[in-house]
Design a protein around this ligand. Sequence first.
Ligand code: FE2
Ligand code: FE2
Length: 244
Amino acid sequence: MDWFAYFAYNRENLMHIDWDSTYCLTPQEVDTILRSLQQFQLGESSEGKHFIARAEQYVKRSGDTAYMPALRLFIQEEQRHARDLGRFMEEQELPLAQKDAVDSAFRFLRGLIDLEVMVFVLVMAEVFAMTYYKALHDATQAPVLQQICRQILRDEVKHLQFQGGMLAKIQRGRSAPGLFITRFLQRFLFTGTLFVVWMNHKQVYQASGFTFGKFWRKNWQHFVHTVEPQVKRIMPFTEQVSGS
Ligand SMILES: [Fe+2]
Ligand SMILES: [Fe+2]
């Protein structure tokens, strides 16, 4: 897959967002989504400086020169998600978050060791995004927010493939015991993160009909499909928005 070509095409072919909509969030909607939305909006806004620095080292080592241009467009796409959510929040007169403990923890983890850890943490964030924006879409009646969620979901399907493929590339050639330990650590970290995300965002998930069991199941499905390469299929966007 030519990821640069994909991201360049996607940038020019965005879904319509009806910014003229006059819908005003109800106090109950604000109560349900505000804190959670603030966290996700902040999480989408990273400039990716550490990531780019590590990726440049990787390209020097591996000669995978196609990676950098695609990565830059990928980061721009995440920043568009932050921009759209931020614009929606400003129009609804909702305050943006400046700092957040969970976001800081994600950023800390991402910058911790090497590109593999960064990509893995990003993959986890993409996995949660798949269920989160589906839940957020269903938790509100605001047309603009629903349209933003649809666009983000469509983008995130590809992000999962892009980053999942990158993770597989980094881990290629690792010995069987090495891979076994990697899988174990990944699953361990993912399990812990599942609880943290549920605790922080359960209001949004529950408002859209997610129980903890469904949250657990759906996220594990995406995780296994993306991170463990024997299973290739990734759920299409339509299944995300209309499926159970
Ligand atoms: Fe995103
Ligand atoms: Fe993403």
